[in-house]
Design a protein around this ligand. Structure first.
Ligand SMILES: Nc1ncnc2c1ncn2[C@@H]1O[C@H](COP(=O)(O)OP(=O)(O)OP(=O)(O)O)[C@@H](O)[C@H]1O
Ligand SMILES: [Mg+2]
Length: 240
């Protein structure tokens, strides 16, 4: 079956997700459209990872609706997610990418070229033959990004892609995210780094206790936040 042309716009409409009795997403309505990356921020436990997983289609809504390009049954082959702590296969760097390309049904005759292109894009061509699990944390994040891109996604979800990376590795990932966005891929990512949110976010979604409390363009969010929660969060006061 052919998927839709795009998963965009991607809409959650009044989505509630219950874990037992607790609403870990609580009547969330948010739409992601094409263009600059959307950045999710909010305190620990706010629901950022849950929102990313739901938008990827990995967790069903208990109530409400999730639609990709207007369809709530869109197959997941046009979207990809990178988790906070990616797990590498016990194979070489290049073989990790090859595996992802095969899993995405990339045509056999393109596999070698696309592996090289992805290695080059993320700057790992010199490490192609190294066992993936021996890469540094920053290198592993870049490999995980290449594997996610192997799916040729229209939407790419990144859950705290620079958590625990040093400033240089963080900048490398930020540059890559910008490059990926320029290629026309919609990026939706979470971060605890407000500087990063300001640098990367075309729009900012602030979450708190399972709800979206503010969704505004990046410049406006940082200069004139609309909500009390946003002002408090940026002042370091909105803890849980
Ligand atoms: N499967 C689950 N069962 C029960 N509770 C869950 C489940 N998944 C998530 N939660 C809870 O839902 C809340 C939101 O979790 P989530 O991981 O989405 O937050 P987050 O904003 O990503 O936090 P962090 O910044 O710490 O990564 C947390 O209280 C978490 O413990
Ligand atoms: Mg999280």
């Amino acid at each position: 079956m052919r998927g839709p042309m795009s998963d965009l716009p991607l809409s959650l409409v009044d989505v509630t997700i219950l874990a037992g009795e607790v609403a870990i997403l609580n009547e969330v309505s948010v739409t992601f459209t094409g263009g600059a990356p959307t950045v999710l921020i909010g305190p620990n436990g706010a629901g950022k990872t849950t929102l990313l997983r739901a938008a990827m289609g990995l967790v069903p809504a208990t109530r409400g609706r999730i639609a990709w390009g207007g369809r709530d049954d869109a197959p997941p082959d046009k979207r990809a997610i990178m988790f906070q702590r990616p797990v590498m296969l016990r194979r070489s760097v290049a073989d990790n990418i090859l595996y992802a390309l095969r899993a995405a049904n990339a045509p056999g005759e393109t596999l070698q070229d696309r592996t090289q292109d992805l290695l080059t894009l993320v700057g790992l061509q010199h490490l192609a033959r190294r066992p993936a699990r021996r890469l540094s944390g920053g290198e592993q994040q870049r490999l995980a990004l290449a594997r996610a891109l192997a799916r040729a996604p229209t939407v790419l979800f990144l859950d705290e892609p620079t958590a625990s990376l040093d400033p240089y590795a963080t900048k490398t990932i930020e540059d890559l995210v910008r490059a990926i966005a320029k290629l026309g891929v919609k990026v939706v990512m979470s971060t605890h780094d407000l500087g990063q949110a300001r640098r990367i976010g075309g729009d900012i979604v602030l979450m708190h206790r399972g709800r979206v409390v503010e969704h505004t363009p990046g410049a406006q969010f940082f200069d004139e936040p609309r909500t009390q929660e946003a002002r408090k969060f940026m002042a370091g006061e909105l803890l849980v």
